[in-house]
Ligand binder design. Structure first.
Ligand code: ZN
Length: 425
């Protein structure tokens, strides 16, 4: 560790200079995004996605945003690969067209939910087993949006030296709410029972024995393992920040603080390697271990700095209070004093609460569009036609989003209800 400290010195810029520069310019430019990735495979079931140059308006580089994701597969690799290849498109197709940046960012949490559920349904329709965690990060300017299922985490290390977790672990062992939800939806939660009645290992859900309560895939485990992500959206100050996105191979070995400290002040590429190395040193290679480090930095030649202790006090801030009113959480006013502003957080597993009635966007009048798979139902559609998806009029909800028959079935199954494809006798 002491060797590392030496190489930090080169690119230090005092924080006061950064803030002064920002105040003088009066206008905050888009940050640079620099990233690095490192991995060590044990089972070969970790996948990652790095897409640093997506565009809200294709062909317009001023509308660029970047996407980083980690997929930690289990019981095979096909769910992880499928999610890596399809999730981004499924999220983007649920986004409104021709809207400004603010509106786009406000629509993102719901599009993430729709995209996750659609990807899960599409994968399950392939009839393959296997499942995957997903931690999916969208960075647009200073705004970071993270959607996650499973136990791969994303942490944020801000310039003030405050490390915060942007994801929630969907592990049955650690998450009481999720245990209750799984049980209420028809799953059983318990430890592995060895011969002789000894219970061993973490809490799992049965049938299947999965330790996670949310994932993409896992058709053979049970629909109570839902793909509905926890979503958190924050805006960091223009002093910048660092994200560390990693699979549980890292987090079973390192705390958030340790991971952040092990590489603070170093370039992203080297940092990703150091985090993996540090995890390996403390625990050995027991699991696939993948790490993506992303720096959001105000100017090309800067790297994240360790802040002198004296200056931390005025920068340290707490996250804003979480609002209680479900979907209608307003974008709060950005305070320049805070280093991190919480814009949105929602983790409910109820699709109605997550999508709302007016989702998806871009609907033509008189046309019902499934909020998840985005298939249109025209008023003149013959519902008994054999071609195309069928819509059940009974599924048109009063409060929730409109869903096609397939997606309504999925929703009911996730909530532990029996199939509604046929009328109850
Ligand atoms: Zn649908």
């Amino acid at each position: 560790m002491s060797q590392l400290k030496v190489s930090r010195v080169k690119s230090l810029v005092p924080l006061g200079t950064l803030i002064g520069h920002e105040l003088r310019s009066g206008k905050v430019e888009k940050p640079y995004v620099k990233y690095g990735q490192a991995a060590l495979a044990k089972k070969g079931e970790d996948y990652f996605l790095i897409n640093p140059d997506c565009q809200r308006i294709p062909g317009d580089p001023t509308t660029s945003f970047s996407v980083f994701a980690i997929f930690d597969g289990h019981n095979g690799i096909s769910a992880a690969i499928f999610a890596k290849e399809n999730l981004l498109n499924n999220v983007l197709s649920a986004m409104p067209q021709d809207v400004g940046r603010e509106e786009w960012l406000q629509a993102l949490p719901r599009a993430l939910v729709a995209g996750f559920v659609r990807t899960d349904i599409e994968f399950q329709q392939k009839g393959e087993t296997s499942g995957t965690t997903v931690t999916f990060v969208v960075i647009d300017g200073w705004t970071i949006t993270v959607a996650s299922v499973g136990d791969s985490r994303c942490i944020l290390d801000t310039q003030g030296g405050v490390v915060s977790l942007l994801t929630v672990d969907h592990r049955l062992e650690d998450n009481v709410e999720e245990r209750e939800r799984v049980t209420a939806s028809g799953g059983a939660v318990g430890r592995l029972n060895l011969f002789g009645g000894n219970e061993v290992g973490p809490l799992r859900c049965w049938p299947g024995g999965l330790c996670l309560s949310r994932s993409i895939g896992d058709k053979d485990v049970g629909e109570f393992i839902v793909p509905i992500p926890h979503v958190k959206q924050v805006k960091i100050s223009n002093a910048g920040g660092r994200l560390i996105i990693a699979s549980d191979g890292i987090w079973d070995a390192l705390s958030s603080d340790l991971a952040a400290k092990s590489c603070r002040g170093l370039p992203a590429e080297l940092s990703a390697k150091l985090v993996v190395k540090e995890a390996l040193r403390s625990r050995g290679l027991k699991d696939d271990t993948t790490c993506v480090v992303v720096d959001i930095i105000p100017s090309e030649n800067l790297v994240l700095l360790p802040i002198p202790k004296k200056k931390q006090s005025f920068l340290v801030s707490l996250f804003g209070k979480k609002s209680q009113n479900g979907m209608t959480k307003a974008i709060s006013k950005f305070s320049t004093v805070k280093s991190v502003e919480e814009l949105f957080e929602e983790g409910s597993a109820m699709l109605d609460e997550r999508l709302g009635k007016n989702f998806p966007p871009n609907q033509s009048p008189g046309v019902f569009r499934c909020a998840v798979c985005l298939v249109d139902k025209l008023p003149c559609d013959n519902e008994l036609a054999n071609s195309g998806p069928m819509f059940s009029t009974a599924s048109e909800p009063l409060d929730g989003p409109f869903l096609c028959t397939t997606c309504q079935k999925k929703k009911d199954a996730m909530e532990g209800k029996k199939a509604t494809g046929t009328a109850p006798a």
